[in-house]
Design a protein around this ligand. Structure first.
Ligand code: IPE
Ligand code: IPE
Ligand code: MG
Length: 253
């Protein structure tokens, strides 16, 4: 299916190409959004949760299979204690308030990132969200929390090294597919499209392995301003790209 409409809300919108299976978003710019309004950074983060809700609804409407949201990086612990505390509380509130509704909408939730060092109540919320929604299939919402790609790859290398160390694995059997099986994203297809808001053009330790052949779209607006129209515009940019994966462009038929 190459032409999809954006749904009943906007029947005029015709997609110019195939919908990406997996869209990953670096939700950036909450602090600057708040600063411009003379508000505390926390106000930007709480408006950011509204943008998360809009992004999930749009992904469901557009028929995207996987939506990954970068919500807290392994480096974000370096922020002031008060801001970190606020972000952790937002996650707690999101898990308590939104997960039931997401479940009702058929959303499956997966959390990626290091979790052993998280507070036990957060680990319970993560496990509950994943277990409750594990059989849903309308959309897989992947939340990257306490996630850093270097940390993820380091944990994968440690797990593989342990198997080599105890003699159950031959180094010759280490393949890209095997490495993927040890990443937090195992079973999730690579992102076709990575979107970053707020004008920064960098990955900030997000999905380094998985984004090897992703398309990138950078949006000037800050994350709290993200909405269905900006999402649709990014998807249309993606659809105009020519993905070659190291090969040659498909001949025009
Ligand atoms: C993104 O917004 C949210 C997180 C990283 C948790 P920022 O908090 O990074 O906002 P800016 O980039 O400082 O504006
Ligand atoms: C990346 O944004 C992390 C998240 C969006 C969760 P940052 O704001 O932390 O990235 P840098 O510091 O600008 O690279
Ligand atoms: Mg930022």
């Amino acid at each position: 299916m190459s032409r999809l409409s954006a749904g009943n809300a906007d029947p005029a919108l015709e997609w110019p190409g195939s919908m990406p299976r997996h869209v990953a978003i670096i939700m950036d710019g909450n602090g600057r959004w708040a600063k411009r309004r003379m508000l505390p950074r926390s106000a930007g983060h709480s408006q950011g949760v509204e943008a998360v809700r809009r992004a999930v609804s749009a992904a469901l409407e557009f028929g995207i299979e996987y939506l990954t949201l970068y919500s807290f990086s392994s480096e974000n612990w370096n922020r002031p204690k008060q801001e970190v505390g606020y972000l952790l509380d937002l996650l707690r509130r999101f898990a308590n308030r939104d997960v039931a509704q997401l479940h009702a909408q058929g959303v499956r939730i997966r959390i990626i990132g290091e979790r052993l060092s998280l507070a036990p109540d957060i680990v319970s919320l993560i496990e509950h969200s994943e277990n409750l929604t594990r059989n849903n299939s309308a959309l897989t919402l992947v939340v990257a929390f306490n996630y850093g790609a270097r940390d993820e790859l380091t944990r994968a290398v440690q797990a593989i090294a342990r198997q080599i160390g105890d003699g159950t694995l031959n180094p010759r059997d280490v393949t890209p597919a095997m490495i993927e099986q040890h990443l937090d994203t195992r079973g999730i297809p690579d992102p076709d499209l990575v979107i970053r808001t707020s004008g920064e053009q960098r990955l900030s330790n997000f999905l380094l392995w998985q984004s090897a052949y992703s398309e990138f779209v950078f949006i000037d607006q800050a994350w709290p301003d993200f909405d269905r129209e900006l999402f649709a515009a990014a998807l249309r940019q993606f659809m105009a790209r020519d993905r070659r994966f190291g090969g040659l462009a498909a001949p025009v038929s």
